[in-house]
Design a protein around this ligand. Sequence first.
Ligand code: KIV
Ligand code: ZN
Length: 391
Amino acid sequence: MATEKIQIFDTTLRDGEQVPGCKLNKEQKLIIASRLDELGVDVIEAGFPISSPGDFEAVDAISQIVTHATVCGLTRANIKDIECAVRALEKAIKPRIHTGIGTSENHMKHKFNCSEQQIIDRAAEAVAFAKRYVDDVEFYAEDAGRSDNAFLAKVCEEVIKAGATVLNIPDTTGYCLPEEYGKKINYLKEHVSGIENAILSCHCHNDLGLATANSIAGIQNGARQIECTINGIGERAGNTSMEEVVMIMKQHPYLNFHTDINTRMLTEMSRLVSDSMGMIVQPNKAIVGSNAFAHSSGIHQDGVIKNRETYEIIDPQEVGVNESSIVLTARSGRSALAYRFKNIGFEVTKLELDELYIRFLDVADRKKEVNNEDLHGIMQQFQYQQQSKAI
Ligand code: KIV
Ligand code: ZN
């Protein structure tokens, strides 16, 4: 059965770069953009051109080097922002303007002090204005996660009439539960006339740790684009993590979705973004954390040595990691020790292993992790004592 394509919209250079301390210079942004293009993302949100001259320059420069992906610039729903984004995107092969406004009661009252009708008018005017310059206009309904569905549907209908090709439904505050977010997408699919002319997009934040689950619920209910970042970086607790949603689709083929991402580049992309931004990836981060394919308890190690799939659902090579690692700690068993000795060139008998294991535990109880150097030390001492006994 043919699977449906989910567009991957990367916002590492926009929502991701908004994180305090994650500022990138133009050269770093260009390197990341060109690697994202090779990775196979469909859209690169390159920045928010009116926010600073540096961001304008970066969007302009990225527009000139990206050859496959659509290059997108963020704006608020006003003429000045849109004109600025149009200039920054002038040289892009496939430009997209991403404009929008808040649609929740909270945003309408406290941010804009506007009536519902004024919000609808501003949204439709912004889209129509952007449409004069580019064919591809994405509209975001900020705080859609907490917006009333019937009102959201009205806004969506009007911006489609004004020419929006993509409707971004952000859970800006990361508030929704997966079922709730999925139902929201489904509601829009069923109640917005003209929805067949637009793509619904998920843009989820991770305040409750649900960004990935919500994005998956979104595509299961009709969305066809996911907005995400490498390593899940982004405002506050971050955005949907690209590596997670891409691998979920790959590991669950019955969902019938695919992306164009070359998953073998995911680990190097993660390292590039982490090193460029100076933002450490937590070791237990799904897919790209340093422990994602590391096994340390004896029971797990024994299973993985016998057959990798006993404790791994992803072949590490699929995400660009050479092999799983067997980490030696005081919780490790004999089979892990024999395996690691073999890796450094020592085949040991069962009797030798019993003796070596006692020595290993002695070191492991004093150290967090036993490395190859320690193993050589243990082996040397063992061999020396065996020779002394023989004399
Ligand atoms: O989270 C959000 O609502 C956003 C929009 C500006 C798209 O990042
Ligand atoms: Zn966001």
